[in-house]
Design a protein around this ligand. Structure first.
Ligand code: FPP
Length: 212
């Protein structure tokens, strides 16, 4: 969800103002996904590196997440949304960990899954998985990742003109398609979403094999 900071700065507002607009964009995108028949949406909300940001921004983001969790429960349940968090959740406050666990439990019957990556870094996830791993196959290893049970992403969208993966779902992205846009995340709208899906629909996905 890149570009929140720049979006706010260009309006002479504090960065947290952009993150709030980013949370609203997430609300919209969830609806676009559901309408398009997409079953899983994963958003990168806070990376293991984001702890290095100013205390003001970090605490503002944590408050925003906690508010999202508390205020969205009813709406998520009504809309059949399953909430899941990936990342090193022990980094989060005990209060936030508890709120997350409760929302995950309450929404576990939902048919649409919203995965929020929090204090997430792909290398960190892989190291933690390696510590648990006792098997010998890729499938068994994938079961040790935070994303166990969640299919690999078909499409990864990166906003705000950045052209990197930045430690996001590196194992899971092995065969993902990518869509890059200059649009800042708070401006991500239905038109851009449709463009991303259209671009995806034109790709020839061989997954390493050959199509006849
Ligand atoms: C990256 O943009 C965005 C973030 C680090 C935070 C994203 C978090 C939210 C939108 C909060 C809402 C999330 C939920 C699940 C309610 P940036 O700050 O790096 O922007 P910049 O590149 O323009 O500086």
């Amino acid at each position: 969800m890149d570009g929140n900071g720049r979006w706010a700065t260009s309006r002479l507002k504090p960065r947290i103002f952009g993150h709030r607009a980013g949370a609203q964009a997430l609300d919209r995108v969830m609806h676009y996904c559901k309408d398009a028949g997409i079953k899983y949406l994963t958003v990168y909300a806070f990376s293991t590196e984001n702890w290095k940001r100013s205390e003001e921004e970090v605490s503002g983001l944590m408050t925003l997440l906690s508010t999202f969790i508390k205020s969205k429960e009813k709406e998520l349940l009504e809309n059949g949304v399953r909430f899941r968090v990936i990342g090193r959740r022990t980094d989060l406050s005990e209060k936030l960990q508890k709120e997350i666990a409760e929302l995950e439990e309450k929404t576990k019957g939902g048919a649409f899954t919203l995965v929020v990556a929090l204090s997430y870094g792909s290398r960190d996830e892989i190291v933690r998985a390696a510590m648990k791993f006792k098997g010998s196959t890729e499938e068994e290893f994938a079961e040790c990742l935070d994303t166990a049970g969640i299919p690999d992403p078909d499409l990864i969208i990166r906003t705000s003109g950045e052209l990197r993966l930045s430690n996001f779902l590196m194992w899971q992205a092995a065969y993902s398609e990518f869509y890059f846009t200059d649009k800042l995340w708070p401006d991500f709208d239905k038109e851009e979403f449709d463009k991303a899906l259209e671009s995806f629909s034109k790709r020839e996905r061989r997954m390493g094999g050959r199509l006849k």
